[in-house]
Design a protein around this ligand. Structure first.
Ligand code: NCD
Length: 304
């Protein structure tokens, strides 16, 4: 039962609970109209202490499509946070008004801290460079739909693997399925952190700087942008930001059924000439994000 639980990191839910959520997602995609009143009378609060397009809009769209309503802020400057209120007090107060809350925060661990004080289900919508569990639900839902499985896959993750929270969450989540191999493709400076690879078997992953040379063996390529806002030096960002560019020419080296994913926003790492390639699924992936968030909201609220 997911009712009244928080979602702070992907492992908060078992593989079985995730499966159940994906199946509800499938049913929603099949007949969305059946769910248009599922959350009537319920209120979702979105607390965004850091910018967002997809995550906030997809949560709001998800709740509205379920017949519920939303309140929230996308600029902490417009809330009492700017008066110095603690995150614990903010979430206690929000719990007096709303039935469920979503929080994005630049500080790692902030949503976990808030969840300890929260009387309503709290969903982590990204905390610093740490975790982004609902992007992971989105990614797993997308992989399932295109690959029809979540096991026996070779996945390349490319770009900023150091600061990219979507990568950290996805690796943790996928490593719970059988026979998953990871190819971590990044400049040395943005390598995948040891606290992620420590949990993997030595023969389960490789680390490389070579995107083109890796393409032929991948079932999935997960591209990411260089996370400018997490850099200490702008010069360092400028030096690394264009390290990788995926384009139609390079894609000739990839398998015919390899899919290209990206959590978005894209900056320079995927050329727009890729968008018409049917292996590019990143906009479809964004759509999956709304459906799986609909399923998540329903389950945490315990509505049918
Ligand atoms: C990601 C994030 O916020 O971590 N965006 C998103 O939620 N789709 C990826 C990113 O910002 O690069």
């Amino acid at each position: 039962m997911l009712k009244d639980r928080h979602l702070i990191e992907p492992e908060d839910f078992t593989v079985g609970e995730l499966q159940e959520l994906f199946e509800l997602g499938d049913r929603i995609i099949e007949s969305p109209e059946k769910y248009s009143g599922a959350c009537r009378g319920k209120l979702l609060a979105t607390l965004f202490y850091e910018p967002s397009t997809r995550t906030r809009f997809s949560f709001e769209a998800a709740m509205l499509r379920l017949g519920g309503q939303t309140i929230g802020f996308s600029e902490p400057g417009s809330s009492s946070v700017s008066k110095g209120e603690s995150i614990g007090d903010t979430i206690r107060t929000i719990g007096c008004y709303a039935d469920i809350a979503v929080m994005r925060h630049p500080k790692e661990g902030a949503p976990l801290l808030a969840s300890k004080k929260s009387v309503i289900p709290l969903i982590n919508a990204g905390d610093g460079g740490h975790q982004h569990p609902t992007q992971t639900l989105t990614d797993l839902m997308t992989i399932r739909r295109y690959k029809r499985r979540l096991d026996n896959l070779v996945i390349g993750l490319c770009g900023d693997l150091k600061f990219g929270r979507t990568v950290h969450s996805l690796v943790k989540a996928l490593s719970r399925y059988d026979n998953i191999k990871f190819v971590f493709i990044s400049p040395n400076e943005l390598e995948i952190p040891p606290h992620i690879t420590d949990k993997l078997d030595k023969d389960q992953f490789e680390i490389t700087q070579n995107l083109e040379g890796s393409l032929g063996k991948l079932d999935i390529l997960y591209m990411t942008r260089v996370q400018r806002e997490r850099f200490f030096s702008e010069d360092e960002y400028l030096r690394l930001k264009d390290f990788f560019l995926l384009n139609a020419k390079k894609m000739e080296k990839a398998k015919q059924d390899m899919i290209v994913m990206h959590p978005l926003p894209r900056v320079n790492e995927i050329s727009t000439d890729m968008d018409t390639d049917e292996r590019a699924v990143y906009f479809e992936q964004a759509k999956m994000g709304m459906y799986i968030r609909m399923a998540l909201i329903m389950r945490l609220l315990g509505v049918e």
